[in-house]
Each structure stands twice: as C-alpha cells, then as structure tokens.
Ligand binder design. Structure first.
Ligand code: GLU
Length: 481
C-alpha cells in the first residue's frame, strides 16, 4: 500500500440556496470517509449558474458546515497556491481542456440554432426516439456558410459506459442514449456544469466522488470527458435519495430542508450529525447514539444502502433528546442561553443550571425549552380566577395557599423532592391533590399547563416559591372582596 494515493474527497455545493439537509448528508459521508482514512476533505463552490449563485448563499453554506462540525482541509479559505476553488474563477482552465478535446476530435463546434434544435426535438418526439442531438455538425469538414458557432459538443461514442459504484455496484449506461452533449460555450463564457465538475475532480486529484443518487446520470458524461482526456476517473459512490414518509421526494412542506433551520429550532449539531449519518447507513449492531468521533471509527461506506432513506422528524427529535441528556448541565446551559437571549429572557447561570437539571429529561429542543420555560425566569401575569380549582372556591384556595406557604417555609436544610413531599403530605392528604396542587401550580408558574408544581418549587427554591405564593395570595384576596 506504500504507493497508494492519499484519499481525497470533495464537497462541491452550488451557492444557489441555503445548504440542504441532503447535501449535508453527502458532505458528512465524505468527511467521515476522509477522516477515517487520514485523507483530505476538499470544499469548493460550483457556481457555473451565474444567475442563481450568490455570495450570501456561500456565507450561509459555510456557516452551516461550521455549525454541524464539518471542517475541511483544502479549498475555500484554504487555497493551495495556484489553485482556485470557484468554477467562475477557473474559466481559463476549462478552456485549455476544451481546446484539447477539439484538437483531438473528441469534441466539435456545433452551429445549430435554438430553432433548429427545437425542430429536431419535435421530430424525435413524434417518432418516439430518444431526444438526443441528431448530429448535423458532428462530421462537418468546415464551418457552414453564414452560421455562427453556438456551443461545443462532446462526441459521445456509440458504446457502453461502465463503472463500478461502491453503493450501486456495476453500472452501465448506453452512449447512444446520451448523444453528443454540450460541454462548452463561446470563448470566455462559463463552460457547462458536467465539464467543469469532471475537470475539477481531475485537477484537484479527487480519488472518490461520494454524492447523491440524483447525480448518477451525470456520471457517464463526466467519465467520458475524463477518459477522452486520457485521465483516470475517480471511484464513485452514489448515496441513496432522501425521501419523505410516503417515499416521495422530501420537500419543504414535510420538513425544513435547510440545515440552519434545525439550529433555529434548537437541535444540537451532535444530534443532527448522528441523525444524518443514519440516513442511508447504520452500524452492524443496534446502537444508535454516537458522537462524531465514534462515527469516524465505525462508518463504512461499503455498507451504505441502495434504497432511499426516509427522513423521519420524530426520529430526529429522539436523537436530540438523547444527545441533550448526554451533555453536562454546564454545557447544556451554555447551549440554551442564545435561545433564551433571543426571547429576551435573562437568567442567572446557577439558576438556569438548577432548572435544566430538573427539566432536561423533558426537553426535546432548545428552542422549545426557551419557549416554555420563560415562567421560571419571570412570573407571567394571570387572572386570579385561574388559581381556583374547579371544585374549590376562593376562600378555600386562600386558606390552602396560606398553609402551603407556611409548609414550604418550614423546610429547613435545602429544598429537594423528599423534603417537599414531606412538608406537603398532610395538606394533600386532608384536602386532596386537585385543590392543593392546582393553585400551587398556578401560583408558582402563572400557567394552567406546566411541569409538575413540585418540580417547579424545587427548581425555584424556597424563597422564590414563597414570593410567588405571596403574589397569588394578594390576587385572590382582591378577588374575594
Ligand atoms: N454542485 C452539485 C450540487 O450542489 C454537486 C455535484 C457533485 O457532487 O458532483 O448538488
């Protein structure tokens, strides 16, 4: 193996939108493969579509990769001398290879106009023939009189194009169904996408192309280009499609498709990483919760499935819950803070940690916690009526709250579930759970639906709970008059 080439993979998104979860899955498999083989993970931008490519999308793609923890070794921001990593900056490179192909007669100038091509296409449709270029300009001896060159076409041989794909096995395409496809435009113009990809993969010394199945039909074209130039093609692995629950294409209607939306919703990058790694692959045993480091050890490209992978939001929530449980309380507090700040919720560190240690088992996403936990940090205003249990009345409620306050004040030596249970045992036994726990819940949370009131009292601690009960007593007193 001494002379074996160092493994080099690439992630080449088009900056025409925010980073899609499907693309992140591809990036992640490339990253895992590179890391486990001590290889290089290269990141470049495929911006041949000038109209739709935007710098703001480049920035958001970079932000998304950084958030989920996919660092790269070469490419954007890590340029090797003499190499450019945006296709728009590589036009001269592509032209050099286009010239070579024309000189070798592997490609030719096509003079057909749009109208002529349209007419040919209609004819083919009528005859139920494959809609490929019919070949008017394929064997021209000299440019036709009075016509302008339009595009450069690749001379596709009438032969099979075969390759071995790590995921899909042996794959065969028929050259005669591909036809002479366009690889270039006029000098100085951006070349066509397939051409640029093939050239970049060669020039950047990519050993493995790991990408979504939607690119499978591009592969024979890219292979033809590389072979025509006398270059070896990389090894390909086409990853299964990501599907919705009905096994259709995953669309924005069923789930957020941009990675950073999941950050906004309060998913941990660890959970996202773990979940995406399982979209098309799973380890040999049944374990599911893994860190990035674990996955680097156990991921196996050769075990990636062919069948489409279903994107299941509940599964992602489960992964998130599990990863939340595995964070230290200090770390969890750090992760939650930006979500609280976004909602203008101020929280002391100690207090936040105490609440999280009680609430963490219940938290699905950090945003949901921030949405529902506001009452811990400041008591919402509520109607006095809310304090009264349905089978109780204001006078009884006042009496019960007064007694609850005394019981809580009587706890000496620290608040915990056991001490609280003991302190409230008598009143609950005498009055019943509803008439006691209902007003307590409202008093300490200001809400009608909240976590268990005993948990809230524990989290708030004695003095704050008592302060809130005092507010409830004031409210109910005013209500009784
Ligand atoms: N630019 C393509 C995309 O964003 C990547 C194609 C490839 O991996 O070859 O989908």
């Amino acid at each position: 193996m001494e002379n074996a080439k160092k493994i080099k993979v690439r992630f080449p998104p088009s900056p025409t939108g925010r980073l899609h979860v499907g693309n992140v899955r591809s990036a992640l498999y490339n990253w895992l493969f590179a890391r486990q083989h001590g290889g290089i993970f290269l990141f470049r931008f495929e911006d041949t579509d000038k109209e739709r490519s935007e710098l703001k999308y480049e920035a958001s793609i970079i932000e998304a990769l950084q958030w989920v923890g996919l660092n790269w070794d070469e490419g954007i921001g890590k340029e090797k001398p003499g190499m450019k990593y945006r296709q728009s900056e590589r036009v001269d490179v592509y032209e050099k290879y286009l010239d070579k192909l024309i000189a070798n007669k592997k490609a030719y100038w096509c003079y057909c106009t749009k109208e002529e091509l349209e007419a040919d296409k209609e004819e083919l449709i009528k005859k139920k023939l494959p809609q490929i270029y019919v070949g008017h300009c394929r064997d021209l001896e000299s440019p036709p009189q009075g016509k302008e060159p339009q595009v450069i076409r690749f001379r596709t041989p009438d032969a099979k194009i075969e390759f071995d794909d790590i995921v899909r096995g042996h794959v065969t395409f028929e050259g005669r169904l591909i036809g002479d496809f366009v690889i270039g435009r006029k000098p100085g113009e951006m070349p066509l996408y397939h051409f640029a990809v093939a050239i970049d993969d060669y020039e950047m010394e990519i050993t493995h192309v790991i990408r979504g199945e939607e690119h499978l039909t591009s592969t024979p074209k890219q292979i033809l280009i590389l072979r025509a130039l006398g270059f070896d093609e990389p090894i390909y692995a086409h990853l299964p499609l990501i599907l919705n629950a009905n096994r259709g294409k995953l669309s924005k209607r069923e789930a957020d498709t941009a990675l950073l939306d999941y950050r906004k919703k309060g998913f941990l990058p660890e959970a996202m990483f773990n979940f995406l790694a399982f979209l098309g692959w799973h380890p040999q045993d049944n374990e599911e919760i893994f860190t990035k480091e674990d996955l680097t050890k156990i991921f196996d490209l050769s075990r990636v499935q062919k069948a489409g992978a279903v994107f299941n939001l509940e599964k992602l929530e489960w992964f998130n819950k599990e990863h939340i449980k595995r964070l230290s309380i200090e770390e969890l507090a750090k992760r939650v803070r930006p979500y609280l700040e976004e909602r203008h919720i101020k929280a002391e560190d100690d207090f936040l940690q105490r609440i999280l240690s009680i609430e963490r088992e219940r938290i699905t996403t950090l945003a949901e916690f921030a949405d529902t936990a506001g009452f811990f940090f400041s008591l919402p205003d509520y109607e006095p009526n809310l304090l009264v249990w349905k089978e109780s009345d204001p006078v009884r409620t006042f009496r019960i709250l007064t007694e609850l306050k005394e019981d809580i004040e009587s706890i000496k030596g620290g608040m915990n579930r056991h001490a609280l249970g003991n302190a409230l045992a008598d009143i609950v036994l005498r009055e019943g759970r509803g008439p006691v726990l209902w007003p307590l819940r409202v008093a300490v949370s200001g809400l009608k639906a909240s976590p268990d009131p005993m948990e809230i009292v524990q989290a708030l601690g004695g003095p704050e709970s008592v302060r809130r009960i005092d507010i409830a007593l004031e409210k109910i007193k005013a209500h009784m008059q």
